[in-house]
Design a binder for this molecule. Sequence first.
Ligand code: NAX
Ligand code: ATP
Length: 493
Amino acid sequence: MFIPSREVDAELDEDAELESPRDNFTEDSGECSSYADHPIKVECPSFAIPVPPGDGFKEINAPTITPPLNQPKRSKKRHANLTLDKMMEKFLQQSVDTEEKFYRYEEQRLKIEDKRREAEHARELQMLQMLGQMLAGISSTVSQRSQSIPASPPQRANHRSYGDNFNYNAMTAALSPPIVIERSFSLHRTHSLKDMENIFQLVRNVIPPLTGKKHKGQDGRIGIVGGCQEYTGAPYFAAITALKVGADLSHVFCTKDAATVIKSYSPELIVHPVLDSPNAVHEVEKWLPRLHSVVIGPGLGRDEVLLENAKGIIEKSKVKGIPIIIDADGLWLISQQPSLIQGYQRAILTPNYMEFSRLYEAMLRDPVDSSDHHGCVLRLSQAMGNLTIVQKGERDLISDGEKVLVCSHEGSSRRCGGQGDLLSGSLGVLAHWAFLAGAEKTNGQNPFLVAAFGACSLTRQSNHQAFQKFGRSMTASDMVSEVGTAFNKLFET
Ligand SMILES: NC(=O)C1=CN([C@@H]2O[C@H](COP(=O)(O)OP(=O)(O)OC[C@H]3O[C@@H](n4cnc5c(N)ncnc54)[C@H](O)[C@@H]3O)[C@@H](O)[C@H]2O)[C@@H](O)CC1
Ligand SMILES: Nc1ncnc2c1ncn2[C@@H]1O[C@H](COP(=O)(O)OP(=O)(O)OP(=O)(O)O)[C@@H](O)[C@H]1O
C-alpha cells in the first residue's frame, strides 16, 4: 500500500518515544509542550513511499485511538527511528546501486573506447611494419651488394621470443615440454631491440591509457590485507607502490594498532583498522565489491586470529571472482591449508625462496630439486591447479603450469626487506589491468603471466635505479621513490 509522505509525518508524531519533547526544546523557549503541538521534523521525500501492509503504519482512514494519559510513550519513538533508519538504508542502498550501475556503464564504455583505440593502434603498427619491411628490403639489398657472404638465420637457442609466434596459444598446446621465455638483458647492455619490444609490448598493451574521460577509481582500486603490531612497513610498501604504479585508490585492511602508524606514513592511503575486530571478515567483505584486486599477506603476521580472518577474506574474494595476490604470511597460511586457494586461477602466489620451499613440500611432499628450478615451479603450479606462481630470486620464475617465464632483468645485489612488498603491490595493479584487458591484448597469453612479468621487471628496475643512487644504504623506501621513473622507462618510452 502507498502512504503519502504527509501521512508518515503524522504517524511519526504519534510514535514519539525515548526522548521527551523537552530533550529537543528548552523549557525557557516555551515552544514545545507536546508532540501533538510540535510534530517532529522528518525529512521525507515529496513522493508517495511504498509500505508493505502490516509494518506498523495505520490505515489512512483508520480511527485515531488516543492513548491513556499515563501510558509511557517511550517505545513508540524507537519505532519511528527504526522506520526512518529503514528508509535511509533504502535510499542509501538505491544510491549505491545507481553508483554501481554508473561504474559498470562507464567501464563498458571505456572498454569499447579502448577497443577502438586498439584497432587504430594496430593499423598504425601494421603500416610501420610495412615501412620497416620496405626499409629492411632496401638495406639487405645494399648489404648483399656490398658483402658476398649470405646472412645466417637467426639463432633461437633455447628461448622463444614473443614475437616469433602471434598465435602463441596454439603453439603452446602443440608442444609438450614447457615453454621458457626469457628476458635476460639489462637496459644497459646490448640486446635485440625486437625481443625487448615484443616482450614489453604485451605489458604495455594492458596498461590503460591516461585520459581525461575517466573518473577516480577506474584505473584501479586495490586492497591490501595485512599490517599488524609488528609489521607496519610491509602493507605500506605494497599499498603505496600500487598507487605509484597507477592505481587510483589503495586500501589497507590492518589491525587497529597498526592503522594509525600506517596512516602516519602516508595520507594517500585509505586505512581500515578492522583486521583484528570480531567481525573482520564482514568488515572487509563490505568493501570487496569496490575493489579490483586484493593482495593478502604483507605484514599480516602469524597470529591465529588474523590468519583465520585472512582465510575468510580469501574465501569471500573468491566468491566475487576478484584477482588475489598472495604474499608473505598469506603464503604461510596457504602452506598450512593449500586447498584454500587451490584451483582458483585468478590467484597469483609470490613466494620467496623460503616460502617456495614450504609450499612445495606441503604440496608435493618432496624437497625442492635445486637442479631443476623450472621443473619445480611448473610442478607446484600444476599441483595448485594451474594458478600463477612467481618464484622470486636471482631470476624470477613465473609459471601457470604450462609455461615458465624467466625475468632476470637487472636489479642489484642489495636484498633489503620490503622489496617483495613492492612486487606484490605492483602486481595487484597489473593483475587487475591485465585481467580487464584479457587475453586479446596479450596475444593469447595468460594475462596473469604478463602482469607478473611486468611487476617483476618493474621491481627489479626500481631496485637497480635505487642501488645506483644509494649503493649498500639503499632501502625499500628508496625503491618506492624510483617506481615512477622505472615504470616510464620500461613501459612508457
Ligand atoms: N618493514 C616491514 O614491515 C617488513 C615486513 N615484512 C613482513 O615480515 C613478515 C615475515 O616475512 P619474512 O619474509 O621475514 O618471513 P620469515 O620470518 O619466514 O623469514 C625471515 C627471513 O629469515 C630467514 N629465515 C627464515 N626461516 C629460516 C630458516 N628456517 N633458516 C634460515 N633462515 C631462515 C630468511 O632469510 C628469511 O627471509 C611478513 O609479513 C612480511 O610481509 C617483510 O615484508 C619485510 C619488511
Ligand atoms: N638475488 C637476486 N637478484 C636480483 N633480484 C632479486 C634477487 N632476489 C630477489 N630479487 C628481486 O627482489 C624481489 C623481491 O624478492 P625477495 O626475495 O626480496 O622477496 P621477499 O623476501 O618476499 O621480500 P620482503 O622483504 O618484502 O618480504 C623479487 O621479485 C626479485 O625481482
